[in-house]
Design a protein around this ligand. Structure first.
Ligand code: PHE
Length: 542
């Protein structure tokens, strides 16, 4: 996926609250005002006041006012009943927030486990795919494979839920100068630090020489030019004559210690560096979603959905309950599944849109058409377990990602368990056409292909020392059928589905500008919860 188009961290999550600065200055804060309004007039009045203050959920600042149980008791009434479809991150977050306020939630989950795409596989776990293939993870004790989400950016709402739920986090190394870059045709991979030094070095040289020769004088004053040159010397580690001849930054064949280091031979010429095509690899983490530091839950990504499910209450979650029909009624909603019929005041449909589109429902043809608009994107990963952490002991790679132009695309090294006896690397993480190719193969052929590719980077041990493996093709997972979705356009259908269809609300990462992130699912859940709560309070008590 490309970089997000500027939807930044501002106002995201509980940390985006206001009132703090006001409190410091001693004036009445918006928060204090709202608490007063809320106590006097209940949440309905509070929402109105929030709207007036520009704080309503559809306002710019996206502050989240979680529903409170007291909103109902203040009105002398009970909370409504909600049926949530799907126990993925969006569905669980909805049930969690609504449950905190006393809503009576039932979550129907089609598969036999919660979490949706937030899937961590451990030894003994089974993984089924459409088409009949089932794998069983043969991992040893302590090994896990985040088959779905694997990294969290610090500005994302996911971090706030980890804090609230007490999910311990550790750093996920998303960028490692010691990891490799491999482009087809290379005899050996290059370290990211080498590729970076050379690209920055030559770019700095070109720009510095152009500026120095006066080629940029229409844009730069003399002072600007001196400042730019000063920066470019640092940026590229270029000489006084502005030429790039390589630098310590490229790395060493023998690193410095008690003796001087032996620098790597090189650099290659500008033409060779450009043709190595490393530009994509060294800019991988430039976007706001990928920049370090990033984080992961200790022990596996599923710690988040496990904590959410526990907070919701296991007794409220029905697994093995694929929805077969959704029926909007004038005063409620009815959902059928093989085990029975659930009747509720409102429904949150937190399923992938392409699966919702196939369900019998009475939400209208416009809704069906909108649900068919987002296109599922294939995505796949393979976890490779080794009995020896050779990437650390031999390659000195501790976490991070090797970038390739092979069909495996990336190799991820684990960001935890350094120097322990065994470990798991991700041998491919690909999307689109490449994921389709791997997904179409039986597991043993996916593995063979991934090992053939990885061997080009890491040598024979990559194949010879493998202990066990599991692969996932998300577009072939039952009740998921995609890594994520791509909206061809955000016109029409996107906006339609962000509104309720009768008493049915939709939620999921696919309804946000954070597609393919748990944070998107959580943001969307908060929107659905806020809209339901506002409506539940406005409706006459039943
Ligand atoms: N969130 C997923 C990941 O971390 C998919 C994704 C990649 C989404 C890049 C946006 C940008 O890989």
């Amino acid at each position: 996926m490309g970089e997000s188009s500027g939807a930044g961290p501002a106002g995201t999550g509980t940390a985006g609250g206001d009132g703090r600065t006001g409190a410091a200055t001693g004036t009445m804060t918006r928060r204090a005002l709202l608490v007063g309004v809320g106590a006097a007039g209940g949440a309905g009045a509070m929402f109105a006041a929030m709207g007036a203050l520009g704080l309503a959920p559809d306002a710019q600042d996206r502050a989240f006012a979680p529903p409170q149980g007291s909103d109902f008791s203040l009105q002398g009434r009970g909370a409504a009943k909600i049926v949530v479809l799907g126990a993925g991150v969006a569905g669980l977050t909805c049930a969690y927030e609504l449950g905190k306020a006393g809503y009576d939630c039932t979550v129907l989950e089609a598969s036999d486990r919660v979490g949706g795409r937030s899937l961590t596989l451990r030894g003994g776990d089974r993984l089924a795919e459409l088409g009949g293939q089932t794998q069983t993870a043969g991992f040893g004790e302590g090994t896990y494979f985040n088959a779905g989400p694997g990294r969290i950016a610090p500005w994302m709402l996911t971090m706030d839920y980890c804090r609230e739920l007490g999910v311990p986090l550790e750093v996920f190394v998303n960028n490692n100068a010691s990891a490799y870059i491999y482009t087809r045709g290379m005899t050996a991979p290059v370290r990211a630090r080498t590729a970076r030094a050379d690209m920055y070095g030559y770019v700095a040289e070109l720009l510095a020489k152009a500026a120095d020769a006066g080629a940029l004088d229409r844009r730069l004053t003399g002072e600007d030019r001196e400042r730019l040159l000063e920066f470019l010397r640092r940026f590229g580690d270029i000489g006084q004559d502005l030429a790039y001849r390589g630098s310590d930054r490229r790395g060493f064949t023998t690193y410095p210690g008690s003796a001087e280091g032996v620098p790597l031979a090189g650099p290659s010429s500008l033409a060779e560096v450009l043709s190595a095509g490393t530009g994509r690899a060294i800019t991988m983490d430039f976007g706001v979603e990928q920049a370090m530091p990033m984080f992961q839950p200790v022990g596996g990504m599923d710690a988040i959905v496990t904590a959410l499910a526990r907070a919701v209450g296991e007794d409220r979650i029905v697994t093995g309950a694929p929805v077969t029909r959704i029926t909007n009624l004038p005063d409620g909603v009815e959902v059928t599944h093989p085990g029975g019929v659930v009747r509720a005041d409102y429904c949150v449909a937190a399923l992938p849109p392409h699966l919702l589109a196939r369900l019998p429902h009475n939400l209208g043809t416009e809704v069906t058409a909108a649900l068919r608009t987002p296109v599922p994107v294939a995505a796949g990963k393979i976890g490779l377990e080794y009995g020896r952490r050779w990437w650390e002991t031999e390659d000195r790679i501790y976490g991070g990602i090797t970038e390739t132009d092979l069909d495996i695309t990336h190799i991820w090294y684990p960001s935890h368990g350094y120097h322990t006896r065994s470990g798991l690397i991700v041998g491919y993480y690909n999307t689109g056409a490449e994921a389709e190719v791997y997904g179409a193969l039986p597991h043993r052929d996916r593995l063979r292909r991934a090992l053939t590719q990885g061997k080009k980077i890491h040598g024979e041990k990559y194949r010879a020392e493998l202990r066990s493996s599991v692969s996932v093709a998300w577009h072939r997972r039952p009740y998921v059928e995609g890594g994520w979705v791509r909206w061809p356009s955000h016109d029409g259908g996107f906006a339609l589905l962000r509104r309720p269809a009768g008493r049915v609300y939709f939620a999921g990462d696919w309804l946000t500008r954070l597609v393919a992130w748990q944070a998107g699912a959580m943001e969307s859940a908060r929107e659905a919860v806020t809209a339901i709560h506002r409506r539940a309070l406005a409706e006459p008590p039943t």
